[in-house]
Structure formats: C-alpha cells, structure tokens
Write a protein that binds this ligand. Structure first.
Ligand code: BGC
Length: 800
C-alpha cells in the first residue's frame, strides 16, 4: 500500500451533500423532521477520510509497501545439509532415530516434541500449531485466518502476516510452526477451508510462498500442510482421494511447489489415502513428486497419528508425530521399532541418515542452533514465563482484517457510513462472545462475533474487539444514536429494534472446523451452507422493517444468501474470519477509513445445487471427478451464473484499464524450442525437474494501465486470467495467473506488469512425465484482465 501520507492530500467532502445524509428510505416521518431541524445537526458533516495520524494509529507500518521484498531469501539448503552431515557423523542408530520420532502426545511442552540429545548438544525440537497463531499459549495474537489472507490479494500483507506469525512463534521458543495450511477449498462446506487460502491453487500458491518467506525470515521453520488432498474432514482418516496425475500437478501440488520455492523447512503428510495409499507412506507423492520432481530438501513429518507403519520410512516419511508410545513403553512404528528395522536391514542405515540429515539441516538452515529462545510455555499446563510476543501485531491484524473484507453489494450509497443519526446492530455476531473469547474447546462454539473457525487451526484470543465495541466508539464521535439487539431468535423484538433507524445492520455467521470436535451436529465440515442461528430469518425480518438494511457476514466460507436481492438490503459486507481485531477492521471499511480492496477467494453460488463438488458422505473414496474444474473454473466451463464470482469485490471508487501490451524476453533457446514444440526438455527427468530455471524464469510480460477515475483514494486488485489453447480439451476456459494490489489517488494512473513463466503456461504431460506447452500451433493463449474472474476490462491474446 501507498504510504499513509496520501490521505492527507484528499479533499474532505467527496460526495454530494445528499449522499452524506446516508439513505433516508425507511426512516419514519418524525425522524425526517428531526433530521431536517438544524438544531439537531452535528456541526461537521464530512466523510470519514482518516487523517494521516489516525491512519498511522490504526495500521502503523503495515499499510506501507514492504521494502526490500527480495532481500529475504530462501535458506541455504546446500550449506545446511553439508553441516548436518558433518554434525551427524558417527551417531548411533538410536540417536539418529531419536531425531525422527516424536516422544508421544502431551509428553512434552508442545503439541509435538523431539527429545533433546544432551551428549550431542541437541536441544530438541518444539512443534506447535497453528496457521493463525501460537496455539495453547497466552499473550499471543489471533491473526486473520488463511482464507482472509487470501482475500487480500495483497502479497505485502501476506508477507507481513507471515513475519508477524514468525515473530510470535519464535518468541515462544517454537522451532516448527505447523502452518501454513494449503488444502484447497474444493468443497464449499469443507471444515478446514478457513485455515487455507481459498479455492484457486495459483492464489493459494502465492499466499503460501509469502507466508513461508515471512515466517522463516524470523528463524522459525514453517510446515506446509496437509500433503495431499485433505479437502474434506468427513472420513479424513479412512477415505482415499482419487485424483488423476495431471490434476494433481496442475492444482493440488502447486501450492507445495511454491512452498518449496520459498524454502519451506517441513511438509506434513495428511491423514487420508491418496489413490489407495496412505499419504504418509505414499512413494509416489513423497519420493517421486515432492523429493524428486520438486527436490524438497527439508523433511516430511506425519500429521498427528497419520503414520501407519515403520515401512513408511522407506516411502518418504522422515519424522513421525506425535509418536505412538504404547502402554508397554515401545513406539508403535518409529522409535525402537525403527531402530530394530534398521538393525534388521528393513530400513537402510543410509535412509535413516537421510531422514536425520533433513531434520538437522532445517534446524541449521533456519539458524536455530544459535541463540534460539528456549520453549517458554507449556501447551498442556499453565507453566511458563508468559512472555508477551504480541508486539504491535494488533495493527497488522487490523490492516489484514480491513484489507480482507469484501464488499459484495452497495446500493444507494449505503456505504461508507457518514455520521448516521441512528443505527442499530442486530444479531449475536455483532457482539462479543457471550462466554468469553476462549470458552469453547478449540473454539468449537458460536455465541458472539466469529473470528476463527474451530479445531487445531486456532489459538487462544487475548481479547476480541466486537463490531459493537468498534462501532460504538465511532458512534460516540459521530453523535450517532446507537442501539443493539443481540438475540438471534427473538424476531419480534428484532423487528421492533430495526424500525425507524437510519441504518439497520444485521450480523450473521457460519462456522466450521476440524472433525474431532462436533458443533450442532457438524462434524468439522458444515452440514449445509445456511447461516447459523436462523440467520436467514433474522435478515429477512430486519429487511422487512428497515429499508436501509446492511448485512454483515462472518463466515468460514460461502453461505446461501436467499435474501440477496431484497430491495431493502442496500449493502452486504463479507468479513470472513478476521482475527482478534474483527470489529475494528470491519468499522474501518464501514466508515471508509479503508476503501474496500478484499476480493472473494472462492465463488458464492446462487443456489446450492450449482456447486459441482460436495462433501462425499459415508464413502470410502473421494473422487475428484471434476478434474481441473474446481470453483470458478467449473462455473465458467458450464456457463453457470454465480451469485458472486471468485475474485469479486466492490470499492468506494472506480477504476479504468487501458493499453494492454505483451512482450517476450528470449532466453534458454534450446529448452524454449523444445517446450514450444510440446516436448519435454532433456532435463525433464532430473532431480528438481519441476523447479528448473528455464521453466520458472518470468519471460512473458503483460502490461496495462489502471486509472482511478472515482473520487476516493483506494487500491484496485487487477487480475489476469489466461485461457489455454482451445485444442487442449477438458481445460476450464480461464485460470488465474496474476494479481496485484494497486493503490491510487483519484485521477492517478499506474502501469501494472504481470510476468509469466513457461511453467505458468504449461500443462503436465502424463505421457512425458514433464511440464510441456499445451498442444496447438501456433500456441495461442487468451488473456483476460479485469476486476474478477468474470468482469473483464481488457482482452488480448498471447501468441507464441
Ligand atoms: C491436524 C494438524 C495439526 C495436528 C497437531 C492434526 O489433527 O490435522 O493440522 O497440526 O493435529 O495438532
């Protein structure tokens, strides 16, 4: 984002005076009279454009463009591996095995622990959840969930969030932070979708990359999870995900490829089976794809109890978690079983050394062998030094929260709010959690504003700013009469509360989580897509009694919105699961301090039957039959009109696009010729074939100009979608291949460049087992540039 100083340049009144009064429909006569009486006027009527001071106070350094993006480089694996090999020289089988085997659940201070080896000066390792904050600890922050991070479409904020998370984990002495999570939101009701980065692999890949680079810049090892195809909670330990190889490469592997490019230290294999073999003993996914094609140099740990054999060591598993200590003191699979297996020759010593080398290399690569804080909390007791690691992360969380808020509908200038005379907030989601922020185990409950889902992907909140609290403090400044009614089910009184107010804001929510906790019969995955607590009835009731009804949705994913076209619903704001600063972030958008720039990281369908993929209940197999057509790709391929498409989000200003150009900078001549001919290169089967330079060098440039033609400062999120050559049947019409965050003052214009690699324009050839150009001569790609996956401002072709 541009520096906050731009704000001070803006004129204070940007809307005609009539809009400044807000929408007056639905206000009864006496209020009109009241409002018309100058004696009741608050003296200064102005848009809530923040001063530089306020902007700084809210967002601090986080809204500024991140300097030195490229100075944070991936760890030096080569040097670290060399050191690890030297360090491990002469170690006994027992000591090597110690590095690979968790000590058992709740036997150490963290959710996963590798024992210290005193004779070797090895301090042990602490592995701790979660992707949005340090779990089971105090004086930590609840960051916006992964899905909100994706909704920012803002790489700087993704990186900043990673840095913030990294600092907190490090401050607590955690060596390995168990995130980010990058399973795809393939199914709208998927329980853990909130932890991940939405429904597009390319977007998820960028978010994973930035998060990992950010986290690891603080010396914490990141863990890319869950590898692979853990896209539903139902039956996650027993079902097999059946996915064809091309789809695997082009969709599900992609975020992991970006993780390896970021230098990720560890990968967590998932509970499910992949094409009939457990993910943690799957030779194809672990040895062939991850370690050979991607040349992943870190280590693979099992999800908790996802290892099912000692043999898994031969198929690519390097560390078992949390360790399966039996009542007789022996470990079920690793530990002394692995020692025995090595002694019996069932697992080769070289393989054990490789496992240990990878684990120690990660420890060296992240610099954890020197001056790393000791673990200073206990996940299972109240022991600890209670070190405050929150820093100024409230500002970061607020910034990401505001930037991830998506404005879905805005009619009759309902938003931003401009000193409304009277306003009511309706619904429990407007208020604080009734029983406190951390009452429900791993947040498996809903009785106040929803800031995260439930399960291991959560953490304890130090506080929660509710919408009521944040809006109330604005109401005080604005001299707005603010009222609230937080009962979801008393529709009669909700109607009374809604009547006669300038603005009636109704709050609804939907949550989901991990399968080990059940909420209202939802076993992790949601049973349906309706708003919880009878939210639809509440919205309809409020809308029936107030013609300026604004709906706010806190949700882990898409919900049904059967009331969307109601004429009294003037605005809809999707706030997702924004973390502890929920209320402040929302108020920033409602009042226009933050011009909305969030975009939907998944599609919201008009009706449930429009979604192609649903949870597969009570089956052994989860068939990924839609192949590459998940989310918007399916809607586009089948000409289904979504309610709100992937990438959609409104702004308080307007942008225009012009001047599309493309260019190619030639290099890697022999590989390029082979690639264009649709053939694999001579290096196609080397270790690291999927990460080679010729494939990933950004050689195609698509450039265009954007102008802010509206009246407010704000950022646009231009998106580039590429249509692969027609001959390539079975492909969705368009796929995301570029996005950016472009902040502009009114009237200002900026050139934007999207750079593509051959990889970005390739398909996975099962026949050649390589990345190749799609069939077609000449190679002709369609380019679509716009503000969503459907609203295109510029179109062109890229002919090679
Ligand atoms: C989850 C992982 C988590 C682990 C440790 C598992 O049930 O799937 O995401 O990191 O538990 O809590």
């Amino acid at each position: 984002m541009r520096s906050f100083f731009n704000y001070s340049l803006l004129p204070l009144v940007l809307f005609p005076p009539s809009t400044c009064l807000g929408s007056v429909d639905g206000i009864n006569e006496s209020q009109h009279d009241l409002y018309a009486n100058p004696a009741f006027h608050h003296p200064v009527k102005r848009l809530s454009v923040p001063s530089a001071e306020r902007f700084e106070a809210n967002y601090g350094r986080y809204a500024a463009k991140l300097e030195n993006r490229d100075s944070l480089v991936r760890p030096d694996w080569e040097a670290a591996t060399k050191r690890a090999k030297e360090y491990l020289q002469g170690w006994s089988v027992e000591d090597l095995v110690t590095l690979t085997s968790g000590i058992g659940w709740a036997k150490g201070r963290c959710v996963g622990n590798i024992a210290a080896i005193k004779t070797k000066d090895f301090p042990g390792l602490c592995l701790e959840d979660s992707p949005l904050g340090v779990r089971f600890a105090d004086r930590v922050s609840v960051f916006p969930a992964g899905v909100n991070t994706a909704a920012t479409f803002n790489r700087d904020l993704m990186r900043w969030r990673g840095i913030g998370l990294g600092k907190e984990f490090r401050g607590k002495g955690v060596h390995i932070a168990l995130g980010p999570m990058m399973n795809m939101a393939r199914v709208p009701e998927g329980g853990r979708n909130f932890e991940g980065f939405g429904a597009d692999p390319w977007l998820a890949g960028e978010a994973a990359y930035e998060t990992i680079v950010g986290m690891q810049s603080q010396g914490v090892q990141a863990c890319a999870k869950h590898y692979l195809n853990n896209e539903q909670e139902h039956g996650r330990r027993t079902t097999t995900s059946e996915v064809d190889e091309r789809t695997q490469h082009e969709l599900y592997l992609h975020p992991f490829l970006r993780s390896v490019q970021a230098g990720v230290a560890s990968v967590m294999c998932s509970y499910n089976l992949i094409n009939d073999t457990y993910a943690c003993e799957n030779d194809v996914s672990l040895n062939k794809w991850l370690k050979k094609e991607l040349n992943f140099e870190g280590y693979v740990m099992s999800d908790w109890d996802a290892n099912h054999s000692t043999e898994s060591a031969n198929h690519g598993l390097d560390m078992t978690m949390p360790g399966d200590i039996q009542s007789d003191g022996t470990d079920k699979y690793f530990g002394n079983r692995l020692v025995q297996a090595v002694k019996d020759g069932k697992v080769k010593r070289e393989r054990l050394e490789d496992m240990a080398t990878r684990i120690v290399a990660a420890w060296f690569a992240l610099g954890q062998d020197k001056d790393y804080p000791e673990v200073n909390f206990d996940a299972f007791t109240s022991w600890g030094k209670h070190i405050d690691v929150r820093d100024d992360h409230d500002k970061l969380i607020r910034t990401v929260g505001a930037a991830s808020t998506v404005l879905l509908k805005n009619e009759r200038s309902a938003l931003p709010l401009i000193q409304p005379v009277s306003m009511v907030l309706i619904g429990s989601d407007a208020g604080p959690p009734l029983k406190g922020p951390n009452f429900y185990q791993d947040r498996a409950g809903l009785d106040g504003v929803l800031i995260q889902g439930w399960g291991s992907g959560t953490c304890d909140a130090p506080y929660v700013i509710s919408p009521l609290e944040a809006i109330q403090s604005r109401a005080k400044d604005d001299h707005t009469s603010l009222s609230w009614f937080l009962d979801d089910f008393d529709l009669e009184n909700a109607a009374k509360a809604a009547k006669g107010k300038d603005v009636a804001m109704v709050f609804i929510a939907a949550t989901a989580g991990e399968e080990y906790l059940v909420v209202d019969g939802n076993v992790g995955d949601r049973n349906n897509l309706t708003a919880w607590h009878g939210g639809d009835d509440l919205v309809r009731t409020v809308a029936a009694h107030n013609s300026n009804t604004i709906v706010v949705v806190h949700s882990v994913g898409p919900i049904d919105m059967p009331w969307v076209d109601h004429e009294n619903i003037t605005a809809i704001v999707w706030a997702g699961v924004p973390g502890q600063e929920a209320g402040n972030a929302l108020a920033d958008v409602l009042y226009g301090d933050w011009n909305p720039s969030g975009r939907l990281p998944y599609t919201i369908a008009r009706k449930e039957s429009d979604y192609r993929v649903r949870i597969q209940w009570n089956r052994q197999q989860v068939h990924y039959n839609e192949d590459r057509s998940i989310d918007y790709r399916y809607f586009d391929a089948h000409l289904i009109e979504p309610l709100f498409e992937f990438g959609f989000g409104l702004s308080y200003t307007k942008f225009e696009y012009f001047g599309l150009q493309s260019s190619f900078s030639d290099d890697f001549a022999p590989e390029d010729a082979q690639w264009r001919a649709g053939k694999p290169t001579s290096k196609a089967h080397e270790v690291g074939s999927a990460l080679q330079d010729w494939l990933h060098r950004k050689v195609f440039t698509v450039s265009f100009r954007i102008q802010n033609v509206g009246t407010r400062y704000g950022a646009d999120i231009p998106q580039l979608y590429v249509g692969f050559p027609q001959e390539n049947t079975g492909d969705p019409p368009r796929v995301l291949r570029g996005f950016d965050n472009v902040p502009l003052n009114p009237g200002e214009t900026q050139t934007v460049e999207f750079k593509l690699s051959r990889y970005d324009l390739s398909i996975w050839s099962v026949q050649h087992q390589a990345w190749v150009a799609p069939p077609g001569k000449p190679l002709k790609y369609k380019l679509f540039l716009g503000t969503s996956s459907r609203d295109f401002k510029l179109k062109g072709t890229l002919q090679l």
